[in-house]
Design a protein around this ligand. Sequence first.
Ligand SMILES: [Ca+2]
Length: 112
Amino acid sequence: MIRFATLAGLIAFASLTAAAPAAHAKPGDICMFSGRDYKGSSWCWNPDNGYVDMPPALHDNVGSFRATSNGCFINWIEVPSKKETRTVRGGDFRRVYDDDFGAKIDAVAPKC
Ligand SMILES: [Ca+2]
């Protein structure tokens, strides 16, 4: 019976792990995915992180995103004086973003 309980615990843990992308998203995060439909490599940013350059897997390569906080997507034309930006609001999401700014994004910041 103890063995059974342990197995059940392992299965419950495995199910949680399988839901990792959603589980990583904390309230107030903006989560970005390399693929469309919230698939592929993912990374979540929070306004508390301040300005952050995109991780390599997502640099110029965001296929979709979900935002639960405000933020700013940045594409550098010339660091640090010329940039192109997109304001993001909590509740914004794009199932397909690689045909748009997702193909250019270099960084995320709390404000544009
Ligand atoms: Ca870029």
